[in-house]
Design a protein around this ligand. Sequence first.
Ligand code: SAH
Ligand code: SF4
Length: 357
Amino acid sequence: MISRDKHIFLFDLSFPQLQELIKSWGELVFRAKQVWEWTYKKLAGSFDEMSDVPKYLREKLKQEITFTHLTPHTDLLSSDGWTRKILFDLHDKSQVETVLMGYEERRTACISTQAGCGLGCTFCATGQAGLQRNITAGEIVEQVLFFDRVLQLKDAKLTNLVFMGMGEPFANYKEVMKAVDILTDPNGYNFGARRITISTVGLVPMIEQFAEEKRQVNLAVSLHAATNELRETMLPINKKYPLEVLIPACRDYTVKTHRRISFEWALINNVNDTREQAKLLVKILKGMLCHVNFIPLNPTIGYKGQESTRENIRKFREILTKNGIPNTLRIRRGIDIHAGCGQLRQEAARRNKILHT
Ligand code: SAH
Ligand code: SF4
């Protein structure tokens, strides 16, 4: 049942919910199909664009359903033109960041799954600011469509989606999975599940649930350290789910799904880029169907660590490669527009403070 006390948001509706709603107005069900296709196939920017829906029905849709929750607050393009980042105001003034990255044939959107994050990883700008609220499936979906509409104007489209913006996707599991279901609906937006990646800080019960669901969506786990001692100084959640429960859960995931798991590792100078950490990492990942993604630390206001030197990165990766652990060094994009997780909101808040004090 759709709640009638709150205003309904279009992108929160699954197709059956949209059908139910339109039917409850005494309309033929195929109208729901029309609206769904305008929304997800033709990427309409308003109900008015839905030209084969009768005018009276478009008016009713406008009255009953909110078309957008996202209002751009800050919109930045990197100097190389390849990265665009938008800080959106939601209708209640909480905020999310969404980044579009272009690289050769790829157009990747980095989507937020919460407004802020309550998990407090020390080096993360989002974690430094705390949680505002969970966002809804529709607020996740709208971030994606917003960028795809922009790309459509240039005859391009999104090729990849990563849930690596603000927030912990597995702390908002239900809404994130509903968004995935809406985005991958073959009769609608039809985005390939294999081109979606969800990144988690390591909420073990949700990793287990995700493994059971056997979705085609890729899973990445933010590891960043190979000992509990170090990991819990960076990611407080490690106290609740230490490596001895996290790593077996990751292994089980690969066994159950036959899918490769990715590990994220932000390289921080003389913190987690040592020979000792590399060797321990090899030990814990040995034999697992996995891949390690390295990224040099993005500097943030609240964390003193620096990115690793090239030499340290080279040596660290060499140890992994020699031991048969596939790994990639990701390029950091859009530094000049604060494109790291949560950084634009941090910068906007800092400027605000400067302006208002
Ligand atoms: N909450 C999820 C997804 C969002 S963060 C998670 O933690 O996995 C996406 C990725 O960015 C994570 O791997 C996170 O550890 C990393 N990250 C956060 N702050 C960073 C920074 N300052 N530099 C480099 N990577 C960072
Ligand atoms: Fe939250 Fe992920 Fe940032 Fe940690 S790294 S604070 S889990 S968004």
